[in-house]
Structures are given as structure tokens and as C-alpha cells.
Design a protein around this ligand. Sequence first.
Ligand code: PXP
Length: 247
Amino acid sequence: MILLGVNIDHCATLRQARYRDAGPDEVGAVEPDPVEFALQSEQAGADGITVHLREDRRHIQDLDVRRLRRQVRTRLNLEMACTPAMIAYALELRPEFVCVVPEGRQEVTTEGGLDVVGNRERVRECIAAMNAAGIKTSLFIDPDVPQIELSAELGAPFIELHTGAYAHAYFTPRRAAEFERLRAGAVRAHQAGLTVNAGHGINYENIAEVRTLPHLYELNIGHSIVSRALFTGVDEAVREMKRRMNS
Ligand code: PXP
């Protein structure tokens, strides 16, 4: 069984498009509420809820994260930049998982994953702080051998393979090569003792191939589920993705 983490950031994107200046007293009056999206996702079988609290707070807000921490019953996965401020934030929040993602330009490789090799000491400190607090760290990386090997060496229990390049290439001749990069990366990570998650750009069509990647533990999926939910409702959108993931 591959697990599903539902990323609710784009529910918040939609809310922010209209209610950017809403205050805490207006929770419940503004819509769509990402916390409600999370709770309905859990009811429909989501195995975890993922949010990315960005430095620019463009979608998920601090108040959303605090409400989620109180109400999520599965597992909360906080995506965050590898900065002292976010490390302190996570240590106080105590999510079950953090996923370290690139935000600042210096952390981004050409394909968009976290550059663990170029930020070795900062990433090491983050993993050590989370391990000490009992929070499981995942590193969002491209399927490149040096990034994978260093992730294992630094003591990260999880990686999340960045499936964006594959998803982008899906209707092009590069698709097979991008899939092979992911497959080889998953095998290498598993050999190195890492648990393998994947995410970004996964949708109801490409899931048929993505789910055949070896050693997958969890997929983090956001945009396609939030988009589908506009037409079918959250329950059907989540159930249908889970069906396709494990059919
Ligand atoms: N995984 C990570 C690390 C992400 O940052 C995101 C959001 O960009 C996702 C998964 C979900 O991507 P999508 O919204 O394309 O499904």
C-alpha cells in the first residue's frame, strides 16, 4: 500500500486570492478553509496532511498551521526551508514530519530539488535537530546519486523524490528517461537505507506510471486533488486518487 499525503496549499491559494487580509476572527466565514479540506481528506482516507509554510506566506498562514496541529488526526507534514527560523518553528509546532524544500535561490539545483550537497552543514544541523526532537525529516531532492547518498549519510530517515521533471516531460519524448532517473534514484535510496517518498506534479493520469516506481512509501499530492475536488468534492477526489495509487 502506497500512502497518500494530501497537500492542501492550493486550497489556501484560492482563499488568499480573495481573503488575503482576513483576520483570525473571520475563520469560518472565509472560504475555502484549508483546515476543512484537510479534515475531509482524512475522512476520505488520506494518510497525512502536508502544508508548506512559505517565507512569503503566499498560501498557508501561521494560523492555518496552528489549527491543523490541533485538528489533524493522521500525521502533519510541514514543508519548510532550511533556515534557523523554520527549524525553531518546527521544534515548537512538533509536526510528525518535516520535509525540507528549497525556497531561497541558493538552495535550488537546476531541476528544483534541495541542493543537499551544496548546503551540507545547514542540512546536517536541521536533520540533527529534528532527530533529537523525534520529528522525522524528509529531504525533497532530485533523483541524483550524490544528493541521495549524502541524504543518507547525514542521517535523514526519508527522502522525497522530486517528480516535477518527470511530470513536465510526460507528453514529451523525455518521459521515459525521466522515469528511469526516478526508478534508479528510488533503488539507490532504498539501498542506502532511506525510505522513499515522491511528489510534485502527480495527477490522475501520470499516477498509473508513478505508482510503479519501486520502494514507494508515500506520495504527496496537492494541485490535482484540490483541482479535482472543485468538481467532485473532496471525498471523491481523495478516494479516486487512492484507488488509482493502489489499484
Ligand atoms: N511535494 C513537495 C515537496 C512540494 O513542495 C509540493 C508542492 O509543490 C508537492 C509535493 C505537491 O505538488 P503538487 O501540488 O504538484 O501535487
